[in-house]
Ligand binder design. Structure first.
Ligand code: GLN
Length: 190
């Protein structure tokens, strides 16, 4: 199983480490060729303007769209969630608000109940760093968790997006979801 981590900018190394600990083979992706043969994808956190420019510069927008639209299991976190929204790559039927929690509380931690995704293991410790929230979403989007009434974890088909940083908390359940989803889609194909 080969999982790509978009590695143009941001905290891609932490994601790669967690995926490796879970037994996946990991590839840092910086070019369209790097997307070939991937079974899953992580869009990490970072800075969404810088990431948008880098995606354009490398000609990655179209091949990223094709990969995710083809059903490849995908996890987007923080700036990665912004990149997936309808104002950016358009792969998730949501609009996000950047830096939504404001300057006063730019970073915080909280426990989130994530329903079925929690896999019976209790709430997930969520680290928010200058995080976005979901401002609006389509009917096909499942809201998994909210903070102050704003969605911060959403899923639409093969795409899971969260406003926080699961790669920093030591709780690997969201990366495990991605790997489980890849196994499931491989099972469906065989
Ligand atoms: N505030 C950043 C942005 O708008 C996202 C922060 C993050 O990914 N931790 O791009």
């Amino acid at each position: 199983m080969l999982v790509g981590v978009l590695a143009l900018q941001g905290d891609f190394e932490a994601h790669a480490r967690v995926l490796g600990e879970l037994g996946a083979e990991v590839r840092e992706v910086r070019t369209p060729a790097g997307l070939q043969g991937l079974d899953g994808l992580v869009m990490p956190g970072g800075e969404s303007t810088t990431m948008t420019l880098a995606i354009e510069r490398e000609g990655l927008a179209q091949p990223l769209r094709a990969l995710v639209a083809a059903g490849t299991p995908t996890l987007g976190t923080c700036a990665g969630m912004i990149m997936l929204d309808s104002d950016h790559l358009g792969l998730l039927d949501v609009r996000t608000r950047r830096n939504a929690f404001g300057r006063q509380v730019s970073s915080f931690e909280t426990d989130l109940a994530l329903g079925a995704l929690a896999n019976g293991g209790g709430p997930l410790r969520a680290i928010f760093i200058r995080a976005p929230w979901v401002e609006a979403h389509g009917a096909g989007v499942e809201v998994l968790a909210e903070v102050d009434g704003h969605p911060v974890a959403v899923r639409e088909g093969n795409v899971l997006a969260v406003a926080f940083h699961p790669e920093l908390s030591g709780d690997r359940r969201l990366h495990a979801w991605l790997i489980g989803r890849i196994r499931q889609s491989e099972g469906d194909r065989s």
